[in-house]
Design a protein around this ligand. Sequence first.
Ligand code: AMP
Length: 286
Amino acid sequence: MKFIKSQAELDEVLESLRTDGKTIGFVPTLGALHEGHGSLIARSKRQTDFTVCSIFVNPTQFNESTDLAKYPRTLDADKALLEELDCDLLFYPDVETVYPNGFSDSPDIDLQGLDEVLEGAFRGGHFDGVVQVVKRLLELVKPSHLYLGQKDFQQFSIVQFMIDYYEIPTMLVVCPIKREKSGLAMSSRNMRLTPKNRERAVIIKRTLDYAQRRLKNHFVKEVRAYAFNRMKIDGFRPEYFEIVDGRTLKAVESMDESDYIVACTAVWAGEIRLIDNKIYKKPKTK
Ligand code: AMP
């Protein structure tokens, strides 16, 4: 496996692969890798000739500097896991490589409101940072396939919009959410939960499941409020529980409003903010 920090080295390896007509799968991450990331890498390995994983804790997508400072950094363990997964290349650039002209150089794109709801309503500027870093990493890696997780539903929706908008020749592949045995969605942030809150956090997945069942004989509005309140347990503070159209991300009032419906939620478990989602209705073709 190759460990690469600079653009020049990256170009050298990837250019020759491209010349040989090889497909390149790309898994961008913030590091502190877990099985969720591993599932993206495994999928890329199955579908492409060469898999690149990146680790870059992107400052521009953190709206709180304390969150950025406290984000877990476990490079040695990450490298060991990537070796185990037989990933072909780890790209772990410095800020200067990703942003040679500084942070202000961000893409000017109207996300049609996709960035204003859900996460966007609570994390101002977050998706500007996500679009900025993903666009730049795609410029650097130029992958044929990009692997993102359904865990960050709004993120992959916005990245797909950006890929279409800039006509970037990369195919986005979305992978299912990997969960711990308890049902808690795997996340790098889970390691910062207190043992008690880690146990309690199963309420999130259970609420997503429960709300889906309740929709059979209750109005969306009622279910939304019920689910939100259900997660107000000791030490937990739900931020939102929304049932939205999977394409526009706008809240729906009825399950008949769209053929693609997803429930998305964010909850503070003590000091740690967790997100999760569940697709309630999936279109035949997306
Ligand atoms: P992150 O390092 O949190 O930015 O995540 C990097 C990629 O891994 C993103 O595309 C995430 O959606 C994906 N990911 C994170 N957690 C999971 C999970 N539990 N299951 C599947 N994919 C995940």
